[in-house]
Design a protein around this ligand. Structure first.
Ligand SMILES: Cc1ncc(COP(=O)(O)O)c(C=O)c1O
Ligand SMILES: Nc1c(O)cccc1C(=O)C[C@H](N)C(=O)O
Length: 373
């Protein structure tokens, strides 16, 4: 394949003898991040001290949010970087059901655990029922307040049809919250165009923000005035430095902020996002599909292997294989410098990050797996 992204791998700090196929769990570091973090510590923090808050730190959550917005089809002023995905899920779901007279929250039955746990807490706190349902049979009703869906399933890699499912929710007057953890940065997403109600996602996977880098939340302009999230911390206040005893939320997306932003991680993420400046998401998607198709073709007939990831285009950038000995196999692959991950009980997951993974990575991983089998 003619690979218009081949040169981008050089922007990453990767060892050539390691086949890294776990960028869907923890993305690899762009080389520029280490220098930027050093500058933030030495100069911004070291020399400018507290003055840095008014020299770019305070607005970093919105500024970096806008950079992510560009990757997920959100116009400026609708994404803020803050907290973890779990915390943002709590804000989003609580805001979505506030003042509803509807009875239930629906959650994707195969969801990543944290989404299910948080949805359960929101249901318990608000008195709504929680109904897990498979995405192909959501059975939404006029009693459904909100549905929470994972755009790409963390275990199988299945990609859901955001347009169709958002429309399904809206047809019964329900809201939809999308978890974009496994899709942000690797495939074109059109949140504004699809009229998505709310979305959240993490930045340490395909966005390469680094371990524990802050998550993001999308609140579209029209929903901001009624986005009453429960974590009314001072940085979401309209005038935080007024230090008022009354909470008045910021009129815009900043009302999704809670406490002091984690500047070191935030600015590491900011530096990591520079690699996207010269990248077309259509190229990223095309390469992700090609890499996963190539890897699949090499492993699908291996003994004892069942491919869980859909073979059509409704898949993200991972290939998940079921094998009864998955845990041992992954440990042995990692010993041989092929790094993917194991998800219980029997899934081997190989994530392909089109910005730095190569077809050679796919060949080497498949050859090593074949030898082990
Ligand atoms: C779909 C999904 N949602 C949420 C999370 C994690 O949330 P948090 O950033 O709170 O750890 C992950 C991965 O850890 C995930 O895969
Ligand atoms: N967030 C993670 C972490 O802090 C440690 C190890 C792994 C993770 C992950 O991201 C797991 C990931 N969401 C998954 O899809 O399984």
């Amino acid at each position: 394949m003619n690979d218009p992204l081949a040169h981008i791998r050089d922007l990453f700090d990767l060892d050539d003898d390691v086949v890294y196929l776990d960028g869907n769990s923890l993305g690899a570091p762009p080389k520029a991040v280490a220098d930027r973090v050093q500058d933030v510590v030495r100069h911004q923090w070291g020399r400018r001290l507290i003055r840095s808050w008014s020299e770019g730190w305070w607005e970093a959550p919105e500024r970096v949010g806008n950079r992510i917005g560009r990757l997920i089809g959100a116009k400026p002023g609708q994404v803020v970087v803050a907290d973890s995905t779990s915390v943002n899920l709590f804000k989003a779901l609580m805001a979505a059901v506030r003042n509803t007279d509807r009875m239930e929250i629906v959650v994707d039955a195969g969801t990543f655990p944290t989404d299910g746990y948080i949805a359960r807490s929101v249901a318990e706190l608000t008195g709504l029922a929680l109904r897990p349902a498979p995405p192909e049979e959501l059975d939404l009703r006029d009693t459904t307040a909100v549905v929470l869906l994972n755009h790409v399933d963390y275990r199988t890699g299945r990609l859901l049809d955001m347009a169709e499912l958002t429309a399904q929710a809206h047809a019964v007057g329900a809201k939809v919250v999308w978890d974009l953890c496994h899709s942000a940065g690797v495939l074109p997403i059109e949140l504004d165009a699809l009229d998505v109600d709310l979305a959240v996602g993490c930045t340490y996977k395909f966005l390469n923000g680094g371990p524990g880098s802050p998550a993001f939340i999308y609140v579209p302009k029209h929903a901001q005035p009624t986005f009453d999230q429960p974590l009314t911390g001072w940085t979401g206040h309209e005038v935080p430095f007024a230090m008022s005893s009354e909470y008045t939320p910021d009129p815009g997306v900043s009302r999704a902020r809670v406490g002091t932003p984690d500047i070191l991680s935030m600015l590491a993420l900011d530096a990591a996002l520079d690699v996207w400046d010269h990248v077309d998401l259509a190229d990223v998607r095309a390469k992700g599909l090609a890499l996963t198709a190539h890897f699949r073709s090499l492993v699908e007939d291996l003994p004892g292997i069942e491919v869980l990831t859909p073979s059509d285009e409704w898949r993200g950038h991972q290939v998940s294989l079921r094998h009864p000995d998955a845990e041992r196999l992954m440990a042995e692959l990692i010993d041989r410098q092929v790094i993917g991950d194991h998800r219980p009980p029997d899934v081997l997951r190989f994530g392909f990050a089109p910005l730095y993974n190569t077809f050679d990575d796919a060949d080497r991983a498949a050859t090593t797996l074949k030898q082990l089998l």
